[in-house]
Design a protein around this ligand. Structure first.
Ligand code: SF4
Length: 352
């Protein structure tokens, strides 16, 4: 492994100043970064350890009814917080769908938001990869690409974003607080990740040194708590990234959908907010026909990037299923195991 400097700043401004230097990388739990370093994919000159920075590991209610979650809060701690799971059940369900129990115990909220793609060619230093080494090409284009993107991809890169957590966050209009050299700003999670275009190496809207210090869920997000689910299809029940996933949140009044929030995972280089599908459902009665129309709208612009045409119909069906589960109502208890579309209890929660 390449040698590197290690520093542990005492304050957020010191951390930002240090990380703004070329060749620097933030270190929190390291559940993604250390793998990348061991494989020679990430080769930072300096690690800026943020794990001892004060004030980043708390969850607090905001005066306006929203929730502020520090960037160093652990995924498992957040998912198992009963108040959090009650108010934002699809987010808790997504967190529990991610990685393994051990990784969820270590991984942080901020790190989850910024994890890198799991494209196999990205992790293979011998492969051509525009995202890792700009201008070298994309071996996935003519390679093993059945898990790659069907929305928002470009000839430069067809990778997908791996996070489960980010999918309901985008649906629920979550924002992040970012501390940078010019001070603090607020950025929608939907705007945090970038589509590849001609510059897939630019993965986020963050500048060098920018540090996510907190995640905020608006008060409006909790209004969907009675009808909110996250459904993930993957190649095994645990410790696998989504082939396709969907977050569905509904506000139902007098038997009609007043408002729908929908997002897809595993289909693009960023969590994919499905606004056309939301518009289809506004004012509609919950029904399979309405859900299917919404799914058609959500995938209207989808196109295969390789051997993955199946993902388009799969995404439609996952969205219909997630909407069906959401319309049936959020179960009272958080799942012991995340919902699986393949289990006989399909989508039903088990008592912990
Ligand atoms: Fe690299 Fe993107 Fe191509 Fe994968 S799909 S090899 S990440 S450029």
């Amino acid at each position: 492994m390449k040698t590197f400097d290690y520093i542990r700043p005492a304050t957020i401004p010191d951390a930002v100043a240090a990380a703004a230097e070329p060749g620097s990388a933030y270190l929190a739990a390291g559940t993604n970064l250390l793998d990348l370093m061991k494989g020679g994919i990430a080769r930072p000159d300096r690690l800026v350890d943020i794990t001892r920075l004060p004030g980043l590991d708390t969850v607090e209610a905001l005066p306006d009814g929203g929730l502020r979650i520090g960037a160093l809060v652990r995924n498992a701690d957040l998912a198992h917080d009963p108040d959090f799971a009650r108010a934002y059940p699809a987010v808790a369900e997504a967190l529990l769908s991610g990685a393994s129990a051990q990784l969820r115990n270590a991984a942080t909220v901020g790190g989850n938001l910024l994890q890198r793609t799991r494209c196999g060619y990205f992790y293979d230093a011998a492969s051509a990869c525009n995202r890792r080494a700009p201008g070298t090409g994309c071996d996935a284009r003519d390679g093993e690409n059945r898990l790659h993107a069907v929305l928002g991809w470009s000839e430069s890169c067809i990778a997908t974003h791996p996070s489960d957590f980010c999918v309901p966050l985008v649906a629920l209009d979550a924002v992040v607080e970012v501390e940078g050299k010019a001070g603090r700003r607020v950025l929608a999670v939907e705007d945090l990740h970038r589509l590849p275009g001609a510059t897939p190496e630019r993965e986020s809207a963050l500048d060098p040194g920018d540090l996510i210090v907190a995640l905020r869920l608006p008060a409006t997000a909790a209004a969907f708590s009675a009808h909110a689910r996250y459904l993930k299809v993957r190649e095994r029940t645990s410790y696998a990234f989504a082939v396709v996933s969907a977050a569905a949140a509904l506000r139902v009044e007098d038997g009609a959908i007043r408002e729908a929030r929908l997002a897809l995972g595993g289909v693009a280089a960023k969590p994919w907010r499905a606004r056309p599908a939301e518009a289809v459902l506004a004012g509609a009665s919950p029904s399979e026909a309405a859900f299917r129309r919404a799914a058609e709208a959500a995938l209207a612009d989808a196109r295969p990037s390789g051997d993955n045409a199946y993902k388009i119909e799969l995404a439609r069906r996952v969205l219909v299923r997630a909407l069906t589960l959401a319309a049936a109502g959020t179960p009272e208890r958080v799942a012991a195991l995340p919902a699986s579309p393949f289990s006989s209890a399909s989508g039903a929660f088990h008592d912990a």
